[in-house]
Design a protein around this ligand. Structure first.
Ligand code: ZN
Length: 200
């Protein structure tokens, strides 16, 4: 008995692809994977999933390479309203919203567009919003050694809104404050006032 079970387990990874497994899920849901609309769905889903988790295959080292510049600017740099799309690791459903990133350089800055790419790199993985927020902050802290970093993400989670767990318009806010952003209330307040959009 035991031997048979082990054999089955070792065979699975080599024989079943994501599309194969999606076809099985469709059957489990009571669907017919061969009906017209669903025929190519397993392949499409596999492709979408590859893209949505492509951040695993990107290297933050490479992203920062050649994009870090020396400057004598020591005021706050803010990149606000970066669109963020990620996947909740508990339900494999999307969460999405806005990310605001700020840092106070200490001799080094990074190209502004790279910050958005850094956010994407960590968002395109299976995530929880809290970890995504702190990973972005830590990467900037490690690569630029700035005076401080602040990251805020405000996002809506489809696992909450679609299932009616919370009110339809609820969103979750997370923040990670390092260095001056954690220690200095004035710095933190400046960041918050720069990114808060007055509700019209
Ligand atoms: Zn979830």
């Amino acid at each position: 008995m035991k031997e048979t079970r082990e054999t089955t387990i070792t065979l699975q990874p080599a024989t079943e692809t994501i599309p194969d497994l999606v076809r099985k899920i469709l059957v489990q849901l009571g669907e017919d994977p061969e009906r017209e609309g669903l025929q190519r769905t397993p392949e499409r889903f596999a492709k979408a999933l590859q893209f949505l988790t492509s951040g695993y295959r990107q290297d933050p080292e490479k992203l920062f390479n050649g994009a870090v510049f020396s400057v004598c600017y020591d005021q706050m740099v803010v990149v606000k309203d970066i669109e963020v799309f990620s996947m909740c690791e508990h339900h494999l459903l999307p969460f999405f919203g806005k990310c605001h990133v700020a840092y106070i350089p200490s001799k080094r800055v990074i190209g502004l567009s790279k910050i958005a790419r850094l956010v994407n790199m960590y968002a395109r993985r299976l995530q929880i919003q809290e970890r995504l927020t702190s990973q972005i902050a830590k990467a900037i802290q490690e690569k630029l050694s700035p005076e401080g970093v602040g990251v805020i993400i405000e996002a809506r989670h489809l696992c909450m809104v679609m299932r009616g767990v919370e009110k339809q318009n609820s969103s979750a806010m997370t923040s990670a404050m390092l260095g001056a952003f954690r220690d200095n209330k004035e710095t933190r307040d400046e960041f918050l006032s720069l990114v808060s959009t007055p509700k019209s």
